[in-house]
Ligand binder design. Structure first.
Ligand SMILES: C[S@@+](CC[C@H](N)C(=O)[O-])C[C@H]1O[C@@H](n2cnc3c(N)ncnc32)[C@H](O)[C@@H]1O
Length: 330
């Protein structure tokens, strides 16, 4: 279970004492309880359209008062603290930006166990890499080719993110070699990219990049805008949180040429029929799938400007656990 904590430290740092809490549900009422125990900030009120969940402590919410977002236009306050499911933070920020509110006035909650939201890149993937090399051709023939063949995709400039040791890259290269000018393997794991360098040492079409990941921080992929005609991701973004999917899909849009395609293998855990708690900690879930759905990826992709060409959900031992989404930059 996640624990959402009111960002007292940030308030102290910026001398914020008068706050609005955005979200009058269980997280918001929990924040008020935390505020009541400390004498540091004053909650001027909750902002919401309704009290979101049955479990919100309505006595607390009523005592402080709930307002429509419009109140922000006429009130004096130091900051707005978001009290929502972490998945909704990007959308709520966008809504506040559209109201003309400066990002400096918006604080996110502190969420414990956040370090586990995305695969720790220090995780030792070697056992995985050793075990899966021989299944690459089968996976490509089964999941990539039937979908890709339906569309006029250019394979002139290809990005594999994250590539691991390049087993999928080798398989894709062998199929589309004649059309490929450049094929980049990118992964945050140095050793995996070193392995790729050796694997493709005799092929001048290949290039390599170790991308940076700094704990929670999503860092941009260091390629120029509109560089690739085709970007794909296999068996890695299935573990990525909503926040990381949002960040990298935005990056893919930036990196993709006009008319370019993006193929993403991701989790569909929350729309699958898995009968278990769907934990925010991906490694608690079946096959380490993150708690997102095909619809989440559709929503994120559209938000960044992509056309969603096709989504195909499929079984990964568990019915409908996974999905591949094909996107196009029009
Ligand atoms: C399960 S392996 C899959 C590798 C490859 N796609 C394959 O199918 O063989 C997951 C890979 O994702 C990489 N990874 C995880 N988070 C990453 C991030 N934020 N940026 C880049 N690579 C990441 C890991 O280093 C690892 O190589």
């Amino acid at each position: 279970m996640l624990e959402y904590r009111f960002p007292f430290e940030e308030c102290l740092k910026f001398n914020f004492t008068r706050v609005f809490i955005f979200g009058a549900g269980i997280i918001g009422s929990g924040f008020q309880e935390q505020i009541d125990k400390r004498n540091q900030v004053l909650n001027l009120g909750f902002i919401d359209n309704t009290v979101q969940t049955q479990t919100a402590k309505t006595d607390i919410v009523k005592r402080v008062g709930v307002h429509k977002p419009d109140i922000l236009k006429t009130s004096e306050y130091d900051c707005i603290v978001l009290a929502c499911d972490y998945k909704l933070i990007p959308e709520i920020c966008e809504c506040l930006f559209n109201m003309g509110i400066c990002y400096k006035k918006i604080l996110s909650p502190n969420i414990n166990r956040g370090a586990f939201f995305t695969p720790n890149i220090k995780h030792n993937w070697n056992r995985y890499y050793d075990g899966v090399d021989s299944s690459a051709d089968k996976q490509v023939q089964r999941r990539f080719v039937p979908l890709l063949e339906k569309y006029p995709i250019s394979y002139a400039h290809v990005l594999d993110f994250p590539s691991g040791r390049g087993r999928i890259a080798e398989s894709i290269y062998n199929i589309y070699a004649e059309q490929i000018n450049e094929f980049i393997c990118c992964d945050a794991n140095n050793e995996a990219i070193d392995y790729c360098r050796q694997r493709f040492a005799n092929n001048s079409a290949f290039g390599f990049m170790v991308n940076k990941v700094d704990g929670w921080e999503c860092l941009p992929l260091e390629f120029e805008d509109k560089h690739f005609t085709f970007i794909y991701s296999w068996d890695a973004m299935v573990h990525f949180s909503y926040k990381w999917l949002d960040f990298y899909i935005c990056e893919f849009y930036r990196l993709c040429q006009q008319e370019g395609y993006v193929f993403i293998h991701h989790s569909n855990l929350t729309s699958s029929n898995v009968k278990c708690d769907k934990s925010e900690t991906f490694s608690d879930n079946p096959h380490w799938r993150s708690p997102v759905s095909a619809n989440d990826v559709k929503r994120i992709s559209k938000k960044h400007g992509f056309t969603v060409v096709e989504q195909i959900c499929f079984d990964w031992e568990v019915p409908n656990l996974d999905c591949v989404t094909l996107l196009k930059k029009q």
